[in-house]
Design a protein. Sequence first.
Length: 277
Amino acid sequence: MKKITLVGAGGKMGCRLTDNFLKHNEYQVNYLEVSTQGIENLKKRGVTVSKQNEVIPDSDVVILAVPDVYIGAISHEIIPMMKSGSLVLTLDPAAPLDGVIFKRDDVGYVIAHPCHPSVFNWEPTEAAFRDFYGGISAKQSIVVALMSGTEEHYKLGEKISQDMYAPIDKTYRITLEQMAILEPAMVETLAQTCMEVVKEGFDKIVALGVPEAAARDFVLGHLRIQIAVLFKEVNGTFSDAAYKISKRAKPILFKDGWQKIFEMSDIKEQVRDITNK
């Protein structure tokens, strides 16, 4: 039975992982948390916080479920205590790519991140459909990367990731750099920013007098079909008028050269902003 220590077990992501680990009896899991709210979150789940100095040296796997701005300092405190041959499992590519995580040659490093349930997931119940983050009842895929270590490290990290992010649809093995292209560059720097602008536009048209309920249904319905057409979920197309207006809008809304956000030099600047306080 593998011994796992979950660091940050009572935080936002930590609680989701804790909930899934509590469903498994194939691991011996210890939970670390320092914040008052996090400890309270764990108490509500019947979980007792362990002592760091007692559990880290004996752990086969240490999962760092902590914010990016703190992960560097926490890793420098915890990873030197780990036994040789053990595994560090992180949940995001930013800190590993930025080089702020404490590095040891005799320890493996795996990064695993959820894709979150697709907007086109079919789920049998409303509760599963509304599991937007995933990890409760809606299926989601995950991406997993071996930063350093052995194939055994990767296989162990992948298996634990599948359990802690369950239920799983597909598991994709990619590189650390490819994961950073996905996040932050694709889904945060580009997609989230665009969606924030869409929401600003929504707020503007409501302020102009469009009934909010009508605007919400109109916008969300159109977003769904637009995503379906562009990502080929449906054998359809946009109207000629829609293509004409999007062609007109792009140079107004986007600067030339915006795709530099996918260049690794720019991505490293993005992750540096993420990991710095």
